[in-house]
Design a protein around this ligand. Structure first.
Ligand code: GDG
Length: 468
């Protein structure tokens, strides 16, 4: 199997090469380690460690090759910070006002996508499954298909696919769509995104859509919902470690409050960190009886620090935290504990275990793995989840909330804090069953099985519509 993704699955730390931080590496590395294969990723020109273009991992017992596509500094700025993170990301998350449009972004996006396609074609043997990941690589599938028409290509889109009327705002929206239609299978987390994609293909390209299939250039492109999960066993084991439990207990001792609320996110405007803080501030104003009894612990992992809107958000969050703590702290009690840094997964697990409430309120999120991680690691807490996440379609036992509704956020926080233990346990038991079903191994197996099926029926010349 060949995976193509913007980021590599590993990073160099003081302990040597370790799995990278972020949704995708967290999800896919265990799968590729099991199956073996090649992971094609960009080589970041800012990385000073002079990364090799080909690398075996793990060194002592190689399970996969990491192949790197070298980018110039200018390409990184235009393709990654520009097109991917200042155009496609805000568009998909309905933040049209954050879109920055510069023609150089698209030119380099095309060029880099073409280079990824060339690297994939060099690595792929006949019959290999090619699995392209995410919004950085929309054009690569069509380039691969042009060069190697018999290729078996899947693409998984990890973020929302917006309503057609929002997607069509993108300059070059048609070319971008055509890029993905080079695939045999395109996957999304939930049906809503599938519907939006089909509608985009139908309206913007005039493609024929039958069931969940787009007819395109004489081929059938299946468009399917494959909700991603976490490595459930891995998280449960980590949560059960004595070390994790001791860290969770130490955290509670140190904070010395009755109620601990946590939020864990990349520092990104889509994650709703600022409005969450404002809601917590309003909660403290409205319910003085909770003063000195509650702490809100927000981990914000640094992300896309070169993009101006992320720098702006950081300033606003810093300011809000300072204001809240300045206004409400008393004696040794500090209401907001804000950490702008990266933690190990095991440390995150200790936060999940220590928490009474996980407050996860993205303004829009493709799935949200943090919610699933909390469910796997925690035993008797409450999950508050934004209804504008993919996860909300699946984790129906969570307390769901519209993250734009400040009053609703305050009310749901109070409800979570005052929920009877029995109800919390019941809801969590239901959530744990869902999270177990969503497991990342299942996600990868189901997507790959679907890709294999699409290929088999193509080889047999079967009309796919018959089975749909
Ligand atoms: C994208 C989509 C979709 C966070 N901080 C640290 C750290 N993390 C890990 C979390 C979790 C992952 O990163 C974040 O996943 P999310 O799903 O919450 O969000 P995105 O990064 O935006 O991911 C998202 C996902 O792709 C998968 O398809 O769910 O909607 O936006 O696993 O634990 N990990 C470590 N240190 C940190 O400080 N080790």
């Amino acid at each position: 199997m060949i995976v193509a993704a913007n980021r590599g699955p590993i990073r160099l730390t003081e302990e040597g090469w370790t799995p990278a931080v972020g949704g995708l590496a967290t999800a896919l590395l265990p799968v590729l380690m099991e199956q073996g294969g090649v992971w094609v990723a960009m080589r970041d020109p800012d990385d000073e460690t002079d990364l090799p273009l080909c690398q075996d991992y793990p060194e002592e017992n190689p399970r996969l090759d990491v192949r790197r596509v070298p980018l110039s500094r200018e390409e990184l700025v235009n393709y990654y910070y520009g097109m991917a993170n200042r155009v496609l990301w805000p568009n998909a998350h309905y933040f049209i006002e954050h879109m920055a449009l510069d023609p150089a972004f698209y030119t380099d996006y095309e060029r880099v996508n073409r280079r990824f396609a060339e690297a994939v074609l060099e690595e792929a043997a006949p019959g290999d499954l090619i699995w392209v990941q995410d919004y950085h690589l929309m054009r690569a599938p069509a380039f691969i298909r042009q060069q190697q028409p018999e290729s078996v290509i899947g693409h998984f889109w990890h973020i929302p696919w917006p309503a057609m009327e929002v997607f069509r705002v993108l300059p070059r929206s048609r070319a971008l769509l055509e890029g993905l239609l080079g695939c045999d299978v395109v996957g999304f987390h939930v049906e809503e995104y599938v519907e939006n994609f089909l509608e985009s293909a139908r309206v913007l390209l005039g493609a024929t859509v039958r069931g969940n299939c787009v007819e395109w250039e004489g081929r059938q492109v299946r468009v399917e919902a494959h909700p991603i999960g976490i490595n459930v066993a891995g998280f449960e084991e980590m949560a059960a470690l004595e070390e994790t439990q001791a860290e969770a207990a130490a955290m509670r001792d140190e904070l010395d409050v009755e109620f601990l609320v946590v939020g864990i996110d990349r520092l990104d405007y889509t994650k709703g960190i600022l409005s969450r803080l404002l809601a917590f501030e309003a909660f403290l104003e409205e319910y003085p009886t909770y003063h000195k009894r509650i702490a809100f612990y927000q981990v914000a992992t640094p992300s896309r620090t070169e993009v101006p809107s992320y720098q702006q958000l950081k300033r606003e969050v810093d300011e809000a935290v300072g204001r809240i703590n300045g206004a409400f702290s008393q004696d040794a009690w500090v209401p907001v504990h804000y950490r702008y840094r990266t933690y190990t997964q095991q440390e995150l697990c200790a936060f999940y275990r220590a928490a009474d409430v996980a407050l996860l309120t993205p303004l829009r999120d493709g799935m949200n793995l943090v919610a699933q991680e909390f469910v796997a690691a925690n035993d008797d807490g409450a999950l508050i989840l934004s209804e504008l996440t993919g996860a909300a379609y699946l984790l129906t036992e969570a307390l769901q909330v519209n993250p734009y509704d400040q009053q609703a956020l305050v009310a749901v926080l109070k409800e979570a804090l005052e929920m009877p233990l029995e109800e919390k346990r019941q809801r969590l038991a239901g959530l744990k069953r869902k999270v177990a079903e969503l497991d990342v191994h299942h996600w990868a197996d189901a997507f790959l099985a679907s890709l294999q099926k699409a290929t088999d029926s193509r080889q047999l010349g079967e009309p796919e519509n018959a089975v749909l």
